[in-house]
Design a protein around this ligand. Sequence first.
Ligand code: MN
Length: 299
Amino acid sequence: MSSYLSSVQLWCEEIQAFYHTSIQVFREHANPKELQDWEEKLAQLQQDLSSNTSLQDWQAYQQASELYTQLNNYLTETNHPQSTNQDRINNQVPIGGHTLPPLPYPYDALEPYIDQETMRLHHDKHHKSYVDGLNKAEKELQKARATNNFDLIKHWERELAFNGAGHYLHTIFWCVMSPQGGGQPSGDLMREIQRSFGGFEPFKKQFTEAANAVEGGGWAILVWSPRARRLEILQAEKHQNLSQWDVVPLLVLDVWEHAYYLKYQNERKKYIENWWNIVYWPEVEKRFEKAKQLKWQPY
Ligand code: MN
């Protein structure tokens, strides 16, 4: 068997493992017949792979990719217009219930640009540790709320940000790369890149320079600003600085000294306590309703 086919085989095992760990979720989103068909197709592909048939590399990739995509589709509500309110609730990632998404291609699919060993280590070890760390932080914060003990709030908020940013960014990262990648975008995105940056080349140049100049660990990130209605390029050093990416702010409280010092001097606590009297919830609700419309596959 070619090394490519054996890496598709490993990919299939990963997809299968993911299927089994999340089987409850799939049962809620697909009917038994669909799931049975899916299982049979995967079993068939695995058999073809191990029995050394004349399966071509690209055929194996395509079949595995279809199975992967189908599984992901079961996680999105839009494919199931008949889904009930209960489904909506189940569509959430429960507290401490994040999972490692399988790679959308085999480990060596990005060779020679990114090597197989790096992908394996990066996905299986690094990304996995963010998932575990995020789950742990969420559960510890849940415990803090239940016991009303917030002694370790700084620590767990830091862990929540560090691991949450890591999990969300890596989940995006795997999917924005592909063996079929390269070239330039088209359509709306291309038009917006031209509008925001004056062309694809200036965009690519700024993104590259931003990535080169990240101090230490971090990311270069192309973002959409719903406020400016423009694209922007940002750097994220160490990817967190106490924030998660891929989230939408709903309610914010400014605790810079300039926000309260004239009246409260160093009594920040007092300022925060009083602030609750002026929070305008209808605006927060409005933001929440809008933000809720943006839906990604839960992981
Ligand atoms: Mn990484």
